[in-house]
Design a protein around this ligand. Structure first.
Ligand code: PBG
Length: 333
């Protein structure tokens, strides 16, 4: 054939393909979510095969293993004992609580590690909500923000590099920024869960932390999080959240989940100059793991392709339970 254009020429050899490659993945673009509990044992998680609910010592060791592979950012999620849960999630602001202990231990052992904390009440809430449920059965925005602000300052005092509000209350980023600044933590950043959807893909995470909404209280407890997390049908609304977070002083914005929301990642990327993060959540992880266990897909290839797709959509950084595994694969080449 007499063709002027032969796109296959740019795919002919590995060296040529490397030249034509538009998107890359490296360990510095990954954030590793880690689970911790107040127990001396490291407990493998049934809902997340390959992931563990760590003791404090186990957490420090696992972060060290990740760091040695080049994963230098972690986000910590606590499993709180039922006895410490309450309606207002008071334990969330305890300076001697599990998260402050974990942050101090991680920073002491690994000063170069970037430690990020989750700001939301669900692990501490007897109702399993990210905010405070009031007597009329609503998740009370302003009462919740008052608690979240204290939680963020508590994490900053312990040495967190960034706090990451995942609660989706209105106005929380601005309120947290002001409280951090007033407390002298002008250098502590805010990685905001800007467009967090009311997603069924969080199921295995809620199993890992026993943090799903519960309806056994004497008052009405909303059965799901759809009055604050976003409707999966919406993308313009995500941009409205981006604008609010920018005005309020967010340092980075996040889209969550990632894989089923690549159009949102792209739209957010084009709407802001801030770094964009995307969270490959527990259900996305589990689906790949389960598919790989069936033997019908190649785990490494599918994981890499899923993360490359999230990067190609416009994410600068990806939260993924695969982080250390991916870093190891990248080293192997
Ligand atoms: C809660 C929180 C959730 C996740 C991160 N922070 C669950 C939820 O909103 O119910 C989910 C992460 C995952 O599924 O991997 N503040």
């Amino acid at each position: 054939m007499d063709l002027n254009e032969r796109p296959r020429r740019n795919r002919r050899t590995p060296a040529i393909r490397a030249m034509a490659r538009e998107t890359r993945l490296d360990a510095g673009q990954l954030i590793y979510p880690l689970f911790v509990h107040d127990d001396a044992a490291d407990v493998p998680l049934e809902s997340l095969p390959g992931q563990t609910r760590w003791s404090l010592d186990g957490l420090v060791a696992e972060a060290g293993r990740a760091l040695a592979l080049g994963v230098d950012k972690v986000v910590v999620f606590p499993k709180i004992d039922d006895a410490l849960k309450s309606r207002k999630g008071k334990e969330a602001t305890n300076d001697a609580g599990l998260v402050p202990q974990a942050v101090r231990a991680l920073k002491a052992a690994h000063p170069g590690l970037c430690v990020i904390t989750d700001v939301a009440l669900d692990p501490y809430s007897s109702d399993g909500h990210d905010g405070v449920v009031n007597d009329t059965g609503e998740v009370d925005n302003d009462a919740s923000v008052r608690r979240l602000v204290l939680q963020a300052v508590c994490h900053a005092k312990a040495g967190a590099d960034l706090v990451s509000p995942s609660d989706m209350m209105d106005g929380r980023v601005g309120a947290i920024r002001e409280a951090l600044d007033d407390a002298g933590f002008t250098g502590v950043g805010i990685l905001s869960y800007t467009a967090k959807y009311a997603s069924a893909y969080y199921g295995p995470f809620r199993g890992a932390l026993d943090s799903a909404p519960r309806s056994d209280a004497a008052y009405d407890v909303p059965a799901d999080k759809s009055t604050y997390q976003m409707d999966p049908a919406n993308v313009r609304e995500a941009l409205r959240e981006v604008e609010a977070d920018e005005d309020e002083g967010a340092d980075m914005v996040m889209v969550k989940p990632a894989g089923p929301y690549l159009d949102v990642v792209r739209a957010v990327r084009e709407h802001t100059q801030l770094p964009v993060a995307a969270y490959q959540v527990s259900g996305e992880y589990l689906m790949i793991k389960a598919a790989a266990q069936s033997g019908w897909v190649d785990e490494k290839a599918v994981v890499m392709e899923s993360l490359l797709g999230i990067r190609r959509a416009g994410a600068d950084v990806i939260l993924t339970y695969f982080a250390p595994q991916v870093a190891a694969w990248l080293k192997e080449g």
